[in-house]
Each structure stands twice: as structure tokens, then as C-alpha cells.
Ligand binder design. Sequence first.
Ligand code: SF4
Length: 217
Amino acid sequence: MTKRTKEILDLLDKKYTRDYKCYLNHENPGQLLIATMLSAQCTDARVNIVTKDLFKKYPDMNAFANADLKELEQDIKTTGFYHNKAKNILGCAKMLVEKYDGEVPRDLDDLVKLPGVGRKTANVIRGNIFNDPSIVVDTHVKRISKRLGFTKEEDPVKVEFELMKVLPKDHWILYNIQIITFGREICFARNPKCSECFLTDYCTEHKAGKKKSGKHV
Ligand code: SF4
């Protein structure tokens, strides 16, 4: 790890602590898997509203596997893209019941074979449930990692591999948690609060003077 990377991580630790937290409410791995699938193109707050009733109606993976597709679509409609999400949840639940006795597997290769589960969702599960070092590249991580000069890539999988090279393993899970909070509180996609930022010395956009012209997009 370079001195610069260590300085950035130390500042993130100082500001946001090293406590693990998950923004998606869940009580077991299966619930986190479904909540993460619902969170695509949707806010965590909205997902938490929907899953409050959803997990009562479908208490386990078996219940999801036996759900009526049209009914499930209505149950999750407000999270958006509900046709696809419902189809994937149903397919995923069926595969979990048939192949894994209703449990969520730990292995990345097994996870990404589940319908509707990509590397991002798989890494959420690996990090949050199994504590396996993994980097989740969501919109905040992608945008802010570029601003901090950790990557120039656009493709989330390429960003993930770049970050794995730059960040020490003990920070892989934490980085995502801290950067999400930073992205929600300070480093917005548009009009970030640069005057309140504790990472200005390390920000490539700030250094390039874009802050003054407000070209943060
Ligand atoms: Fe984000 Fe502004 Fe801080 Fe750069 S200076 S990291 S754009 S908040």
C-alpha cells in the first residue's frame, strides 16, 4: 500500500470508524440476497420499506420459490424494474431450494450462477454474511474511486480488480461501507460539498480545479 493510499484510508477510518454496517435491513443471508437484488436502480430506504412486508409474506426461500410471479411483481413494484426483479427472485429462490437446500452459498462462482446475481450482489453477500474480503463496486464506489485517483476505469468489474490491487485486504469490505456514507453525505455525484470534504488534498478533480467551475458530473 502506498503512503498516499494509507493516508486516505486513515482519514476514512477516522471519519467513519471501522465499524461494519449494512444499509439493507435483513435477518438472514437469504433476505440480504433478495434485498440486494431489489436495490438495483433503487434507494436502500425504498427497499427497506418494501422488504418489511415482503419478508413477512415470504418468510423463507421456499416461500419465495413457490411465489406467484404476478403477485410477487406487485409486491415489489415500487422498487422499479419489477418484471425482471420478480423473475430473477423466483428463479434464484428455486435454484437455492433445489441445489442448496434453501441456503445461500459462500463461493463467488456459485453465487454468480444464481439468476439475477452479478459480482456486485455476490460480493455484498460474501462481505456482509461470510466476512470474506470483497469489494462491492456500486455507483458511489465507482465515482469516488475515480475522484480519489484509485482508478480510471468505467466498467465496475475492472474497477473492482483495480481496487483489489490498490487497497489492503483488511479494507476491502470497509472501503465500500465508508465510501457509501461519504457519497451520501459529502461527495455527491452532482454538486459535491467540497467545502466540507476531508479528502480535498487527494481529490483529482479538486486538484484539476473543476470544483471552481462546478463541473462535477
Ligand atoms: Fe468529492 Fe469534492 Fe471531496 Fe473531491 S473534493 S472527493 S469531489 S467532495
